[in-house]
Design a protein. Structure first.
Length: 332
């Protein structure tokens, strides 16, 4: 049985770890206990900033009896090994996206978690936003009829603090694993399915990772989707969902709190526009923290919102696209 408060530990003390720490602090059923980093002094600085302990190694943190779940906040290339370490010490695990680097690693983690009887989830925090839940419900209620096409753009010039990681092949850099996974996950979640046909293109950076990419999907329902993403090009952060009787405009789709439903009834004239605005926590990680807590208390080993089978399948989809481009990381 889970304790009255779910006790968290964090592996990695970078920017994303601070956001998770803030979300845990806002959750009344959670407590952040400790952090560990392989960079000398980084865990101590983090611990001091958020008022927790710092462990001197990943091993010592995952061995702590006062931690229930470990959040993996390291760079992509370390996710698999870090998660194996935590699972083998009996800890449930939340892994920052991407879950792993490839589908083979993802399958092995899912199998290990099942063998150990432990909770495991990819941290696709956007799935748990109230606006995202509301959007899916509107689509299911046929607010725009049959959904026939989605068009998403998601890109920007990467800030200096993120750029070294994004461009480094040794760290599994590239836009697809880092940013492209958001619109890919968005489309698959709303479609309630995985694409049956995939075509993609990319432009490589000077370091040999995908700097700019486009993905084209076709689903069994007949719905199509087009995605463009880049870490080196300012783009609109926007999702457009086109249906038989209307369309939905969703700006800032990866974190936004509002979208607009345009109804046209199957004509070229829009006859009604309904604005949907929901209140959300500024730090959207709060909702995924609450989902982890709910699952652990219920004894669930995965979240129905982002089940492990889907996580593995989306990793396999991204593997296929990287294979189309001839992109392999040096450690694969």
């Amino acid at each position: 049985m889970a304790p009255s408060r779910i006790r968290w530990g964090i592996l990695g003390a970078g920017n994303i770890a601070y956001k998770l720490a803030d979300a845990v602090a806002q959750d009344p059923d959670s407590e952040l206990v400790s952090v560990a980093s392989n960079t000398p002094g980084k865990a101590e600085t983090f611990a001091s900033a958020v008022g927790i302990m710092a462990d001197d190694s990943y091993q010592s943190l995952v061995e702590r009896p006062d931690i229930d779940v470990v959040y993996i906040a390291t760079t992509h290339n370390f996710h698999y090994n870090n998660a194996v370490l935590a699972l083998n010490q009996g800890k449930s695990v939340l892994i920052e996206k991407p879950f792993t680097v490839n589908a083979d690693q993802a399958r092995k983690l899912a199998e290990l978690a099942d063998e150990k009887g432990l909770f495991l989830m990819e941290a696709i925090w956007t799935r748990f936003l109230p606006t995202m839940i509301e959007l899916k419900q509107r689509l299911q209620s046929k607010a725009i009829g049959e959904v026939r096409h989605m068009n998403l753009t998601f890109g920007g010039f990467a800030p200096d603090k993120y750029r070294p990681r994004l461009i480094d092949p040794a760290l599994a850099g590239g836009v697809t694993l880092d940013m492209g996974i958001y619109p890919i996950s968005f489309v698959c979640y709303l479609a309630g399915d995985l694409p049956i046909e995939v075509q993609s293109l990319c432009q490589f950076s000077d370091t040999g990772v995908d700097e700019r990419a486009t993905y084209q999907f076709r689903f069994a329902s007949g719905m199509t989707a087009s995605i463009a993403t880049s870490f080196n090009l300012k783009m609109k952060q926007e999702a457009m969902l086109y249906g038989s009787t209307g369309y939905i405009e969703y700006p800032d789709f990866q974190a936004g709190s509002a979208f607009a439903i345009h109804h046209h009834g199957g004509t070229n004239e829009v006859d009604d526009i309904a604005a949907v605005q929901l209140d959300q926590f500024e730090n959207g990680f709060v909702y995924q923290v609450a989902e982890v807590v709910r699952c652990l208390r219920a004894g669930e080993l995965e979240s129905p919102v982002i089940p492990l089978q889907e996580t593995v399948a989306i990793m396999a989809l991204m593997d296929r696209m990287r294979e189309q481009w001839g992109l392999r990381y040096p450690f694969e």
